[in-house]
Write a protein of this length. Structure first.
Length: 506
């Protein structure tokens, strides 16, 4: 591997090309982040085969039904409810994730319908919650102060979020909400609607948007079938769609987008002839399909992408499988993760070291698993009413029925919880495309900052890496001429910020 690095101090301003930063903390209830790919910077429990993860605490308010836990900082936000009275017995509670101390609990105001209060997502110190019962029972989105539970604002418009759907966020923190009929961008400051656009959504629980850079990806359908669409998040403009990949109908799991921008579409019909995971490349003006893989019906859950780019989904035998992101070939297979009743609903979180944490539901069977990156089983336990798993700094939390809220001891990772979005023009790569010799311009306004550059190929292999001290507007000359032609990702880490840019070698 060649490593030629040229560092100079030049007082110039360079605008980034296709630059983005993906905040990979567990700030969205399903999917782990606004790409909904399950990937986190946190390090959860690591156990030896036959061992058990250590607990910080266990307990909490009793509940007959649990919902996805969400962690931000030392806050664990959960929904706890009894199905007998959804209006009055549906609490949103904030616990100290490390001690179990209850900080506050609230019931949302009842505006129109008597559905239960539900956490949708948490971001930048704000809890977003609603009482929506789907498109036929739309409700307002509430923004709550994470420290007190006080209402900051109520959204200008209602929308029909289903039970397992959640909002996501643009790079400036505005909210992207969706239901069967439309997408909304909601101002994070006051809850007003910035734009809305129509869409042809699914029947339930597959309508949520996934975000990558300045684009939103979502399921669409017409009388001919299901397909993937993309919009511009700045103005809500519809851009284009993929080819039809399945018949119209219900679709109870949304899309995910990998950190490299690959769009993954799990088409689910409860039909072995159709259920499949499709990988698409967004070419800027159309979608190009890379591969598809036959999967199990796994509604109301999520799939994942590991830190090396590996894709994790579910086989027709109801195992977790690790797929090659370039070809869709199976790399590794787990043990069976359901009770073989054909009702697999699973949520996964993937740590920065590649460990896979899986909450599997095959009602009434519920089980929590920990796997290695290669899907070797480290530990598993049946947990009553388990719903979801969340990673935070040195902690993993789960939410179940009865009095089962648990916080397991994870491991510290210095970057957890402090990754920020970049300033505009913070990273440039040129020429692009190149012959493999290219320059990286870092307009970071940083002095004596410890930094690292990695160049990664499409299958997750690091083909170049260098650590250095960044100076004011550093330039680096990178040489990967010994690598094959194709797409590469330039990953830059400094000052607790993580940036990625694409480079094409040809």
């Amino acid at each position: 591997m060649k490593k030629q690095v040229y560092i100079s101090i030049i007082f110039l301003v360079f605008m980034g090309l296709n630059t983005y930063s993906q905040s990979l903390d567990w700030n969205v209830a399903t999917g782990g982040n606004s790409g909904r790919n399950g990937l986190s910077w946190a390090l959860g429990p690591l156990v030896e085969p036959g061992g058990e993860p250590e607990l910080y605490w266990e307990g909490g308010e009793p509940a007959g039904v649990a919902h996805y836990p969400v962690i931000e900082g030392d806050n664990l936000i959960v929904t706890r409810r009894w199905p007998s009275n959804t209006q009055e017995e549906a609490w949103i509670i904030n616990y100290n994730v490390y001690t179990g101390e209850e900080r506050w609990k609230i019931l949302l105001p009842v505006d129109t319908y008597h559905n239960y209060s539900k956490v949708s997502a948490v971001n930048e110190g704000v809890v977003y919650a609603n009482r929506s019962g789907g498109t036929t029972e739309p409700e307002f989105l509430y923004a709550l102060d994470i420290e007190t539970g006080d209402i900051i604002w109520k959204s200008e418009d209602t929308y029909g979020e289903h039970a397992t759907e959640t909002v996501v966020f643009t790079q400036n923190g505005d909210i992207i909400a969706a239901d069967d009929e439309r997408l909304l961008r909601i101002n994070k400051i006051d809850g007003t609607t910035i734009w809305e656009m129509p869409r042809g959504g699914s029947s339930s629980d597959g309508n949520a948007v996934s975000v990558f850079a300045d684009r939103g990806y979502f399921w669409d359908q017409n009388s001919m079938g299901m397909y993937v669409s993309v919009c511009d998040l700045e103005n809500g403009e519809f851009l284009y769609s993929s080819e039809i990949i399945g018949s119209p109908g219900f679709q109870q799991t949304g899309l995910m987008v990998g950190p490299d921008g690959t769009v993954y579409a799990p088409l689910l019909r409860g039909n072995d002839e159709m259920d499949s995971l499709h990988a698409f490349i967004d070419k800027g003006d159309h979608f190009q399909q890379k591969w598809s893989y036959p999967i199990a019906w796994a509604g109301w859950g999520n799939h994942g992408v590991g830190p090396d780019g590996s894709v994790y989904t579910y086989s027709r035998n109801e195992e977790v499988v690790q797929l090659n992101p370039e070809t869709g070939d199976v790399l590794n297979t787990s043990v069976v993760v359901s009770a073989n009743n054909g009702f697999l609903s699973a949520q996964m979180a993937i740590g920065d070291d590649g460990l896979v944490y899986l909450s599997a539901q095959d009602w009434p069977f519920h089980k929590l698993y920990i796997f290695t990156q290669d899907l070797e089983l480290l530990w598993g336990e049946e947990i009553n009413g388990l719903k979801g798993v969340a990673l935070g700094d040195s902690v993993m939390a789960i939410n179940g029925k009865s009095n089962i809220i648990r916080a397991y001891k994870g491991r510290p990772n210095p970057g957890v919880g402090i990754f920020e979005l970049p300033e505009e023009g913070s990273l440039s790569v040129y020429p692009n495309p190149s012959d493999g010799m290219f320059t990286i311009a870092l307009n970071q306004d940083q002095k004596n900052c410890e930094a690292r550059i990695d160049v990664i190929n499409v299958v997750g292999q690091t083909v170049y890496s260098s650590e250095f001290t960044a100076t004011y507007q550093t330039h680096l000359l990178i040489d990967i001429t010994d690598q094959n032609d194709g797409l590469y990702f330039v990953r830059y880490f400094a000052n607790n910020k993580y940036h990625i840019n694409k480079i094409i070698k040809q």
